[in-house]
Design a protein around this ligand. Structure first.
Ligand code: URP
Ligand code: ZN
Ligand code: ZN
Length: 463
């Protein structure tokens, strides 16, 4: 006796088919044109799309940062994700300088325990290789932490030098893990920032104006060059500009295993249209890299269509405006960097990508689920609709209308970056390992039902 979803249209990264999906326990057993319903519980998905659950490969839940902690914890953040059609996240544990990565892993497992509503993996943020950091990285890979984030920005906080980056890249060339790079030239940006402050430029807009796109492009170029010398792949996180994209495209054209993600905020919001309040309100969009000029947006969309960019994730890092963003009211450098988005990624990319004809439905599935599953060692357990895969499925109503608003969203944050955006297409039902966890915008599961995902290192099979 299984659960049979019938009359729907199954969409994967490579095909769209009228098919039924049979779930037994936590697993998809069959995907076929006709499956005999006798003996099964039947769900009618007429008029609906059946998608693999979304995978958000870049979130920051319960993260200490900028003198405070991100506002969503593993319960509120993963619940909001599920409601928006995301069934897996990959969050970040942070190695404190001078400590073992295992301590950070234990800390983040505890943060998620009893709270995670969907399955989650962890990247490790490396701040210090010390005496045993390279062995620590291998230890993490054995624990299913198949990716590491390194920062070329935030000097004095998270930034590491090129020697550390290069050694870490060399280690991943051996152990098969992937380095995720926050690529901005932090040292140069710091000089520009100090000069701005000295001139009395303290408003939130100066966060954006002190981080030029060339500082991003230079770091992307350097990251890729170091990866090439190390013989390792590299994944650029939250890529925001045409200048940076050009570096990734050029590397990929040369056949290098360079990958990159962008985020809805860079595709849909801009410096001139969004950060135009001329007041502290602009702090709602202070994140790093910052919003860019609107002319970058079509280039990023084209990058997604043409596979110069492989993934859309959110970089969900929410801070409440009233009591957290306000820390920087007199000095933009004290505004906690980050914005909320975990709940709205699938709606926004479906609406502005598929409905507006910028990407196909299959490409939508690929960039929101299949590619992150492949790149981060979860495929085919996650990221597709196929026999043997986890039954992480979204029954997607392509006609459902929704208005994004902080008044109705489920993220624990007092504003929306996309307030008032109207989208068509939304998750109607969400299954996680065969369990119906969301129906019509309501979370039905228990907190803590989500499991830690041990991800596989790719071992060099990148292209
Ligand atoms: O502003 C951002 N992006 N905050 C989160 C940390 C990071 O750099 O990803
Ligand atoms: Zn970053
Ligand atoms: Zn981030």
């Amino acid at each position: 006796m299984g659960l049979l979803i019938q009359n729907g249209t199954v969409v994967t990264a490579d095909k769209t088919t009228a098919a039924s999906v049979l779930i037994e326990g936590e697993i998809i057993r069959e995907v076929r044109a006709r499956i005999d319903p006798r003996g099964h519980t039947v769900v009618d998905a007429a008029g609906m799309l059946i998608l693999p659950g979304g995978i958000d490969a870049h979130t920051h839940l319960d993260m200490p940062f900028g003198g405070t902690t991100s506002a969503d914890d593993f319960e509120t953040g993963t619940r909001a994700a599920a409601i928006g059609g995301t069934t897996t996240i990959v969050d970040f544990a942070i190695q404190a300088r001078g400590t073992k990565m295992r301590d950070a892993l234990d800390t983040w497992w505890k943060k998620a325990e009893g709270k995670a509503c969907i399955d989650y993996g962890l990247h490790m943020i490396v701040t210090d290789l010390g005496a045993s950091g390279l062995e620590d990285m291998d230890d993490m890979v054995r624990e299913g932490v198949a990716s590491f984030k390194l920062f070329m920005a935030y000097p004095g906080v998270l930034m590491v030098d090129d020697a550390t980056i290069f050694k870490a890249l060399q280690q991943t060339a051996k152990n098969g893990a992937l380095i995720c790079m926050h690529a901005e030239n932090g040292s140069v940006i710091d000089v520009i920032v100090q000069q701005a402050l000295a001139e009395g430029k303290t408003a939130p807009i100066y966060h954006a104006l002190t981080r030029p796109t060339v500082a991003e492009a230079e770091a992307v170029q350097r990251a890729i060059a170091m990866a090439e010398m190390a013989g390792a792949p590299v994944y650029i996180v939250h890529l925001s500009s045409e200048d940076a994209l050009n570096q990734v495209r050029e590397a990929r054209d040369r056949g290098l295993p360079a990958f990159a993600e962008t985020c809805p905020q860079y595709l849909l919001l801009s410096l001139e249209e969004t950060m135009n309040h001329n007041s502290f309100e602009d702090a709602k969009w202070v994140f790093t890299p910052p919003l860019r000029e609107k002319r970058n947006q079509p280039k990023l969309w084209d990058g997604l269509k043409d596979d110069h960019l492989q993934v859309v994730s959110t970089d969900h890092c929410p801070f409440c405006f009233a009591d957290q963003k306000i820390l920087g009211v007199n000095d933009f450098t004290k505004i906690p960097n980050g914005g909320p988005g975990i709940e709205n990624r699938m709606q926004l990319i479906h609406h502005h990508g598929v409905n507006e004809g910028k990407i196909s439905l299959n490409r939508f599935v690929e960039i929101t689920a299949t590619a992150p599953a492949r790149i981060f060692g979860m495929y085919p357990k996650k990221g597709t609709v196929a026999p043997g895969s986890d039954a992480d499925l979204v029954i997607w109503d392509p006609k459902a209308e929704h208005i994004i608003s902080a008044k109705t969203h489920n993220m624990r944050v007092d504003y929306s970056m996309f307030e008032g955006f109207r989208v068509r297409g939304n998750a109607k039902q969400v299954y996680s390992r065969g369990e119906l966890i969301v129906e019509n915008g309501k979370y039905l599961g228990k907190p803590g039902r989500g499991s830690y995902l041990r991800r596989a290192a790719r071992g060099g099979a990148w292209q």
